[in-house]
Design a protein around this ligand. Sequence first.
Ligand code: NIG
Ligand code: FE
Length: 428
Amino acid sequence: MINFGNEVRNMSLLIKNIKSLAGIEEKGREIFSGKEMSSVGCLDDSFLIISDDKISEFGTMEQFRISDFGSQISEEIDASGKFVLPCWVDSHTHLVFASSREQEFMDRLHGLSYQEIANRGGGILNSANKLRAASEEELYESAWNRLNEIMMQGTGAVEIKSGYGLDKASELKMLNVISRLKKNHPLTIQSTFLGAHAVPLEYKDNKEKYMDLLISEMLPEIAEKKLADYCDVFCEEGYFTKAETIRILEAAKGYGILPKVHAEQLSHSGGIEAGVETGAISVDHLEYCNDKDISLLKNSVTMPTILPGAQFFLQLPFPPARKMIDAGLPLAIASDYNPGSSPSGNMNLMVALACIQYQLTPEEAINAATINSAYAMGISKTHGTITKGKKANVFITKEIPSLAYLPYSFGNTLIETVIINGKIENRS
Ligand code: NIG
Ligand code: FE
């Protein structure tokens, strides 16, 4: 008889006859780099036991049959023909917003660029106008619905940024919404202050003054009220320079708020350098990442993160994702869910786009969208793999032939059941 210990408690959910349990990590790694990304730990014909909100046991069905777990199970799911994976982790979103921007989408179809639209008051400033006019309650409710939507698509943890307020009251309103979502929604949420998303119209000719407002007025109050886990800056031509990015991020670090950077999205602007120099947890976008940036990232604690939805939607150049992994770097995938550059938070689609467009293997893309994305939002000790003691945030697929079928069958709904904190949130 195999002894699994007496860990299994009363409220236990058994998933049995799993075709393959994928994303197993027993060595406790919290980041997968280079070649490590090319394999996903799998156990065929297996079971998984969830006790309360944690993963408590897994093994083969053979091991299950000769154990005495049966007596302790309160509910069971038969996953014959189905895969079980750790939920997606989405380390970059702007999912608190007041309204959609399909008019700008149509303008782009008629030939205008994202920058041209921004220059005539569209883009982030358009979203800021709408958000300033919206009530906290409206924002909370629409963001709540978006969280439900991504949860049903298999996301178990998500980072959410402010950055559509661009004045003190409206940035605080956004961060309050995120803080309430954090308390009340079952998804694991991290909050990021992105006051430096754009220079608001009223400071158009006085960016210095807006920087002062960010650093001397907004940050201290946000820190005191513990409203942000991270601070982000849009380092880009026409937004914030490398030096300004560093200044803001260093100020945030002074309050114990860790840096993240929107880097090299529309041009090469030094965002990766700013991120590495300030010890950012991630640098995101990376369409204009060059060889020097790749070398810099190699000696850093910073997770390069690609956002395939925004690259695809804005038809930007491909980020050098393949090159980064081949150079031995880790890589994360996130959705960038926002009304302007990625109106989708569907991580299944992001994984498929990374494979189809950037030639990641399905295994690399899955590791990028789970454990590495968990690192990029500081939760890889508790999320992102099937590991005993980690949060029981997992999804069960429909009957599918292989793991590769997930990105191959792009755009199709292949997730049948989502379990968050050990609770079944949907069963189709
Ligand atoms: O991540 N790049 C800057 N910020 C967002 C876009 C925001 C918007 O257009 O509303 C992004 O792509
Ligand atoms: Fe973004």
